[in-house]
Structures are given as structure tokens and as C-alpha cells.
Design a protein around this ligand. Structure first.
Ligand SMILES: NC(=O)C1=CN([C@@H]2O[C@H](COP(=O)(O)OP(=O)(O)OC[C@H]3O[C@@H](n4cnc5c(N)ncnc54)[C@H](O)[C@@H]3O)[C@@H](O)[C@H]2O)C=CC1
Ligand SMILES: N[C@@H](CC=O)C(=O)O
Ligand code: NA
Length: 428
């Protein structure tokens, strides 16, 4: 057997300790598959004394992750500390400058600095790999950069934040409001240290921007992702949408249009019977569409020690085998600057309004929609409660601009109570 692949792991939390655990438990299997052993030479974390359930005596300790990244006795630096600035970025840059390959799980760092880091890796003749960063254990980076490399991708989409999917499905099952389920998720330890990363769609937006870069050959453009979190999703909309045959998901969609790259991460309605509609709890699902392959659906665990470490190991085994795929599937210098497009792809929308009990109220609403070029596909009215009635409308395809125009005109009808709710329906 050839010389071991020597790695240094910075970060011994959920993911880092998970990687060590797998290496210690099944080093032989990994060596057989990689063609050589993978050996953790040195590790770094904030607290040396902490019990992580894995022995550390066989690994050298570095208090400073940048010092670990520069060690001459490692081949690969594994960055699993997190944070998009500070130690993670400094250590990644130091590792590349020292001539080491890098494997990271850090979607935030790559969403903000992916292009610069990919260029730095290529200039240094090294690889920078990140399977764990998108949808955890689902091998979606490998699927896009290798399995589907012969396709012109037409759309990538997915539910890529398990916490949000847990919250939305739990709200529906238990009939509980958002605030209560958010608290439950916090108690269960599901939320990131800064929960806005989860519930505001930022974490999922980071992941979408990375998939879009690979799928469309563009530089990572996280700043252009349209972001909307799940904080305003109500139990009433979850129930009403279900009545109309839909589920509400925090869905990310990236699509190249004639006007440029559209990237959306926002609550959407999807058909309840579709694979995405049936996705329950903290699971992730990614849907990849290519011109030759058609639709590929991948489902699995997007977080947790085992699934995320499984993805890190997959990158390490590739490096040990000599499979040196460019970070975003093609040389970073050949990635085009993304031209951002917003609202380019029309879609049907779900509207929920409360109509006052007056003759002709519905006709007035239909006229306002019609004046903005929006036609109605389906409509359902519920009984009057205290003088007003909930009305659900599913429109035919419309642009967000036309919808906004109609929403702005609705109060002038004098028959709509409160602010209407409008949610895009994604064809999946
Ligand atoms: N936990 C999960 O299921 C997933 C995590 N990720 C990503 O993996 C990375 C690590 O996540 P976790 O293991 O959950 O984090 P964690 O919070 O459990 O562990 C972080 C580790 O890094 C160390 N660390 C942090 N800053 C440091 C510094 N300046 N110097 C030295 N050590 C430092 C901490 O001491 C700790 O050992 C993050 O980028 C995260 O977004 C990606 C997918 C899933
Ligand atoms: N907070 C994330 C964890 C992994 O990326 C999630 O909930 O999916
Ligand atoms: Na993955």
C-alpha cells in the first residue's frame, strides 16, 4: 500500500469529531477504498480537555488552527470550525499557501469567498473540496461535478435546511404556531448558534449559491440570492394550502434565464404529492435537472455528525485516489460573473384574502387581478366569520411584478380586509 494521506483537522465539534470517529472505527475499509490509509496527524480546537467521545492521544495538538494549516507533515487541511471570516478563512488560505489540499464543510465561508478561495487553490495547484457544505450527507456536489457533468443544467432546487423543514412539518402535524415550534427546535438543539441563519433562509441561501455556481458555470453570487425566511409562515396558510393540495416548503431554486441567473430561497407552495411535498422533518432533498438526464432527485440527511462526516470522508477518499476535481467543477478562472435576474420566471401564485360580506366583492377582486393581466385558475371561498370570509385563489402563471401591482391595488376595492398573503407555487 502507498504512503498514507496525512490530514490535519481544525475543529472537533459535531463534524470534526465525527470524522475522527469514522477514521478510527473503519480505517481499514477506507484505506482499501482510497488505495492508502488516511491518517489524522494533528488536530486543533478551542478546548483540548473536552470529552468528545473519541481519543485524541494519537494526534498532535495545535492550539492555533493556522499553525495546523501550515504544518509541513500534512497533505490535506480539513476545515470544520465554521464562521465565514476569522480563523476558518485565515487557516484555509494558509493551508493553500503552504501547498496543502483543503476539505471544508463551511458553506458560509464558500458563499462569501468561494471564488477567491477556488482561484487561490488553483494558483497553488491544490484542490478545495466541499461535499459536506451542501445538504450534508447527500452527495450532491459529486453528482453535479461528476455524475451530471455532461449535461447542460436547466434548474437546481431543493430543501436544504433541515431545521426549517422540521419547523414547517411540525407546525402542520401538531397544529402549532411558528413561535412555539421555533422554541421547540431550540430546545432540541436544532438551531444554529445564530438561529437567523436557519429561519431567515441564509444557511440554505449559502448552499443554493454554491450549487448554482457549479450548475451554471458562474462565480458564486450569494449576494444575488433572493432571501425570505419562514418567520411569516402561518399555521392558517399551512392549512389552507393543504386544502388546495399543496405544502409550504422553504425551497431554493436556481435557474438560468434569458435575463440572467435567478436564485430564490423563499417559502413556496409545492404539490403535496410531489417528492418535495412529501419531505418530512429534518431531511433534505435536492432536485437536479439536466438537458440529457432529465430530473434527478436526491434525498437524505443534511446535517448531523455521521452524515456530514460521511461527506468529508468522500472528499478525502477522492483526494487520496488522485481524483482532483476543480472546486466548482471547472477551473475557477473560467467561471463567468453571474448576471443576476429577479422575477424573470413567471409562476402560479396562491393568494389568501379576507373579503368583506358585500355583493360583488369577489368580482371586484377578479377585476383587479385581470387589470394586472392575472387570470384565476382556481378559487375557494369559506363561510363568513364575523363579517368577512377567507378566500383562496390559485392564479395562472404571473410575474411577481404583476402580482405586486395587483396587491397594491386591492385595498382600493374596499372589499379586502387586512393584507393579502401571496406565495409562489413552484412547478416541481
Ligand atoms: N453540524 C452539522 O450537522 C453540519 C455542519 N456543517 C458545517 O461544518 C462546520 C462545523 O460545524 P460543527 O461541527 O457543527 O460545529 P461545532 O460548533 O460543533 O464545532 C466547531 C469546532 O471548531 C472549533 N473552533 C471554532 N473556532 C475555532 C478557532 N478559532 N480555533 C480553533 N478551533 C475552533 C471548536 O472548538 C469546535 O471544536 C461549520 O462550517 C458548519 O456550518 C455543515 C453541514 C452540517
Ligand atoms: N442548520 C443546518 C445544518 C446543516 O447545514 C440545517 O438545519 O440544515
Ligand atoms: Na453534500
Amino acid at each position: 500500500m502507498t504512503a498514507p494521506l496525512r490530514i490535519g483537522i481544525a475543529g472537533l465539534g459535531t463534524v470534526g469529531a465525527g470524522v475522527l470517529r469514522i477514521l478510527q472505527a473503519q480505517g481499514d475499509l477506507i484505506a482499501a477504498r482510497a488505495g492508502r490509509p488516511i491518517e489524522a496527524v494533528a488536530v486543533s480546537a478551542r478546548d483540548r480537555a473536552k470529552d468528545r467521545g473519541v481519543p485524541l492521544d494519537a494526534h498532535a495538538w495545535e492550539a492555533d488552527p493556522v499553525a495546523l494549516a501550515r504544518r509541513p507533515d500534512i497533505d490535506v487541511f480539513v476545515e470544520v470550525m465554521g464562521g465565514h471570516e476569522g480563523a476558518a478563512k485565515a487557516a484555509t488560505e494558509a493551508a493553500l499557501a503552504a501547498g496543502h489540499d483543503v476539505v471544508t464543510a463551511n458553506k458560509a465561508m464558500l458563499a462569501h469567498h468561494g471564488q477567491a478561495l477556488a482561484l487561490a487553490a488553483e494558483e497553488a495547484g491544490r484542490v478545495l473540496r466541499f461535499e459536506a457544505a451542501v445538504a450534508g450527507g447527500i452527495p450532491v456536489i459529486k453528482a453535479l461535478t461528476e455524475g451530471l457533468a455532461g449535461n447542460r443544467m436547466t434548474r437546481v432546487m431543493g430543501v436544504m435546511n433541515g431545521t426549517c423543514n422540521y419547523i414547517l412539518t411540525r407546525m402542520e402535524e401538531a397544529g402549532l404556531p411558528y413561535a412555539e415550534v421555533f422554541e421547540e427546535a431550540r430546545q432540541l438543539g436544532y438551531l444554529e448558534a445564530d438561529p437567523r441563519l436557519d429561519v431567515d433562509g441564509i444557511d440554505a441561501g449559502h448552499k443554493l449559491s454554491l450549487l448554482a455556481a457549479i450548475a451554471f458555470g458562474t462565480q458564486v453570487a450569494f449576494d444575488h440570492v433572493e432571501l425570505e425566511g419562514i418567520g411569516s409562515v402561518t399555521i392558517e396558510d399551512i392549512r389552507r394550502a393543504a386544502d388546495m393540495g399543496f405544502k409550504i416548503k422553504l425551497l431554493g431554486v436556481a435557474q438560468m434565464t434569458g435575463r440572467g441567473l435567478e436564485q430564490r430561497m423563499r417559502p413556496c407552495l409545492v404539490p403535496a404529492t410531489s417528492p418535495l411535498g412529501q419531505l418530512q422533518g429534518g431531511t433534505n432533498m435536492v432536485v437536479l435537472e439536466g438537458d440529457s438526464v432529465g430530473q434527478v432527485v436526491l434525498r437524505g440527511a443534511g446535517a448531523g455528525a455521521g452524515p456530514t462526516a460521511s461527506a468529508v470522508l468522500s472528499d478525502l477518499i477522492d483526494i487520496a485516489r488522485g481524483n482532483r476535481v476543480p472546486t466548482f467543477g471547472q477551473p475557477a478562472a473560467t467561471l463567468a460573473r453571474a448576471r443576476p435576474a429577479k422575477g424573470a420566471v413567471p409562476a402560479p401564485h396562491y393568494l389568501r384574502l379576507r373579503l368583506v360580506d358585500k355583493p360583488g366583492a369577489l368580482a371586484k377582486v377578479a377585476r383587479v387581478l385581470g387589470d394586472s393581466g392575472i387570470s384565476i385558475d382556481r378559487m375557494r371561498q369559506y363561510g363568513h366569520e364575523e363579517g368577512s370570509a377567507p378566500v383562496l385563489i390559485v392564479t395562472h402563471k404571473t410575474t411577481r411584478a404583476a402580482l405586486d401591482e395587483a396587491l397594491a391595488a386591492l385595498p382600493e376595492t374596499g372589499v379586502v380586509e387586512g393584507a393579502p398573503v401571496a406565495i409562489r407555487i413552484e412547478a416541481v
